[in-house]
Every structure is written in structure tokens, then in C-alpha cells.
Design a protein around this ligand. Structure first.
Ligand code: UT7
Length: 336
């Protein structure tokens, strides 16, 4: 981490991005063979056709996080030693001590970097990016790797058809750096939480973590439990509110932004918000059909695909929006 503050106001730019998904595909047809479901039901209710899953015998959250970090370092054209902070957002880290960020910083040779993991469920990457951006802007760090990485398959009970069909494994990384132009970087950010809704989406470790109203839920301890309808209602409302807030506070309209990059939870949730705000479909990226919901991995995976495809137009702002367990939500509007 950097000590003395650089003089003058400081901007922030994204130097490069990277992402990683496992090779193994789990298709709707695979689920139909495993449980009472169908390709038609899954596609119609969620927009998902397939998702990627790790081989958990040898791989985990840090495998994908490291791959995404290495690709972002390459794309950014920096040396790992230049990083002075690595943040990994996840709910599926193999261990809480050491953190995934410490392990992958060590593995890539980021020996000058501080490292910590951050937990904000599906909002994790946007929380981490906002945190990193504020630190760079304040001069507390110069070059930061922000990663969202999830091994969702490690917390899924594959006998539970209501939850298992939604999730996949993925990671993405953005490397940000201080820039002399103070107009560059995050022009608006918002992070929020409502812990009173925690039991809508949670991973109990002990019997005592389970609230009485969910006691009959057969999903095993250590696996994700979800009240799909409650999360759906929260997500549709919050997604719209968070975007409306970001547009109102920045004075931007959907026409002014190159992309709204949103958490891939369910295509119906994305479509509902998009229609309400009258945003052109070309401006809201959707890849849930290929990867499912990868929690903190979903926003940076979209960001990397768009960045590499040249869809984040220079000189135009773009917006990141996420919501998820906690309950949490976050937005981040960037000037490129
Ligand atoms: O990052 C945030 C994470 N979570 C989310 O974003 C999830 C938000 N919620 C959702 O996406 C939706 O609530 C689900 C996709 C999980 C479920 O869709 P739904 O339209 O809310 O379905 P439902 O729960 O109302 O279930 C309708 C029916 C039920 O059968 P009955 O009671 O009507 O006979 C379910 O048992 O569909 C049944 N069902 C299924 N059928 C076939 C539930 N899961 C499945 C399945 N295949 N996989």
C-alpha cells in the first residue's frame, strides 16, 4: 500500500480486465436427467441454458480468481509487482484464513500488494470496485486489482431444483490505476444493505443459523438456501430503484451511457427493470443464458466480455448495478 498522498486531485481509470470460467458445462438437459425439471421451464423462468462448473476435487474459487487476475494483468500491461492492493469479492472462498486474495496475490507475484476478501454476495464486485476506486482517488493506493470470483457449485445442493438450476461458477477482474485526469473514474457510487431480509438468501453453517420459518427446508447445511419469490420481488424493485437513483444523481439518461452492466440473476428481473426505465436492449448486456448466476463473478465477467469487445465506448459513461444476499445492493457510474 502507498504511504504519502500524491498531490492534487486524482482520477481513476480501468487499465484492463480479465475473466475465467471452468470448461465443464452443465446444461438444462443435464438437470432434466438429474431431477424433475425441463429445459423449457428453466429457459422460460430464468433465461438460462447452461452454466459452467468447476471440478471441485482440484479447483475452487481461488483457481478462477487467479486465472482472471493473470488475464487482467496481461491486458493491463503491468507487472504484478505494481499492484498495491488486491481485493477479492466472494461468498465461496475455500478458506477464510488465508483469504483468496492473499493466496492469488502470492501466486502471481504481487509482492507489494495488501490483500483482503470482501463479502457482499452478488453485490460483492461492485462493492469492491467502489471501495478500491475511493482508495485510489484518495491516494491511498495507486494500482488495484478488483476481482469477483465464485465457486457456486461448492455451495449448491444438486437435489434442490428451485436453487441449483440458477447458479454457475465464474470470475472476473478489473485493474484500476490512478490517473492525472480527475474527471476520469467513478462519478457516482452507491452501496446499501438491509440485514432484516438476510434469511431470503443464506448459507447456514449450523442448525442454529436456520430461522424457525425455514426449519423444514431440506437443503443441507453449508448449502445456499433461498426464498426465490422473496428475492425475486426484492430484486425487481431494487434493481429499478438503484438504476433510477444513479441516473437521477448523475443527471444522465440511458442514452448517455454506453452500457448498463448488471448482475445476471434472472433474465426476467433484467427485462422488468429495462422495460420500466425504457432502456434499449443493446445497452443492457445479458450472458446469463451461457453462465447462469455467478454471484460476485457475474458483473466482472460481463465487464470483461464488453471491454474486450470494445463495447465500453471511450468518452461515454457506463454503469454497474448489482443486488443480492445480505440483502445488499450497489451501483457505480464510471467516466471513461
Ligand atoms: O442473485 C440473486 C439470487 N437469486 C435470484 O435472483 C432468484 C430470484 N428468484 C427467481 O429467479 C425465481 O423465483 C425462480 C427462478 C427461483 C423460481 O421461479 P418462479 O417463477 O418464482 O417459480 P415458483 O417458485 O413460483 O415455482 C413455480 C412452480 C412450483 O410448482 P407448483 O407449486 O406451482 O406446483 C415449483 O415447485 O415451479 C416449480 N419449480 C420447478 N419446476 C420445474 C421450481 N423449480 C423448478 C424447476 N423445474 N427447476
Amino acid at each position: 500500500m502507498m504511504g504519502p498522498l500524491p498531490s492534487g486531485a486524482c482520477g481513476v481509470r480501468i487499465l484492463g480486465t480479465g475473466s475465467a470460467v471452468p470448461d465443464r458445462r452443465l446444461t438444462n438437459a443435464d438437470f432434466a436427467r438429474m431431477m424433475d425439471t425441463s429445459d423449457e421451464w428453466i429457459k422460460q423462468r430464468t433465461g438460462i441454458s447452461e452454466r459452467r462448473v468447476l471440478d471441485l476435487r482440484t479447483e475452487g474459487c481461488s483457481t478462477l480468481a487467479q486465472r482472471a487476475l493473470e488475464r487482467a494483468i496481461d491486458a493491463a500491461g503491468i507487472k504484478a509487482e505494481e499492484l498495491d492492493l488486491v481485493i477479492v469479492a466472494s461468498v465461496t472462498m475455500e478458506m477464510t484464513c488465508p483469504s483468496v486474495s492473499c493466496r492469488i496475490a502470492g501466486a502471481v507475484g504481487a509482492k507489494n500488494a495488501a490483500a483482503f476478501d470482501l463479502v457482499a454476495a452478488c453485490s460483492g464486485f461492485v462493492y469492491a470496485l467502489n471501495t478500491a476506486e475511493a482508495m485510489v482517488r484518495a491516494g491511498r493506493a495507486r494500482t488495484v486489482a478488483v476481482i469477483g470470483s465464485e465457486a457456486m457449485s461448492s455451495i449448491i445442493d444438486y437435489t434442490d431444483r428451485t436453487v441449483s438450476i440458477l447458479f454457475g461458477d465464474a470470475a472476473g477482474c478489473a485493474i484500476i490505476q490512478a490517473d492525472a485526469d480527475p474527471t476520469k473514474g467513478c462519478i457516482y457510487q452507491h452501496m446499501g444493505a438491509d440485514g432484516s431480509g438476510w434469511h431470503a438468501l443464506y448459507i447456514p453453517r449450523r442448525e442454529t443459523d436456520v430461522p424457525p420459518e425455514d426449519a423444514a427446508n431440506p437443503v443441507r447445511l453449508g448449502n445456499l438456501r433461498m426464498n426465490g419469490k422473496e428475492v425475486f420481488r426484492f430484486a425487481v424493485t431494487k434493481f429499478r430503484e438503484v438504476m433510477e437513483d444513479a441516473f437521477a444523481k448523475t443527471g444522465l439518461t440511458p442514452d448517455d451511457v454506453s452500457q448498463v452492466i448488471c448482475h445476471q440473476s434472472n433474465v426476467r428481473i433484467i427485462d422488468a427493470a429495462r422495460e420500466k426505465l425504457n432502456i434499449d436492449p443493446s445497452k443492457i448486456y445479458v450472458n446469463i443464458d451461457r453462465y447462469g448466476n455467478s454471484s460476485a463473478g457475474s458483473v466482472p465477467l460481463c465487464l470483461d466480455e464488453l471491454w474486450r469487445a470494445g463495447k465500453i465506448t471511450k468518452g461515454k459513461p457506463f454503469m454497474l448495478v448489482a443486488f443480492g444476499g445480505g440483502l445488499t445492493w450497489a451501483s457505480s457510474v464510471w467516466n471513461t
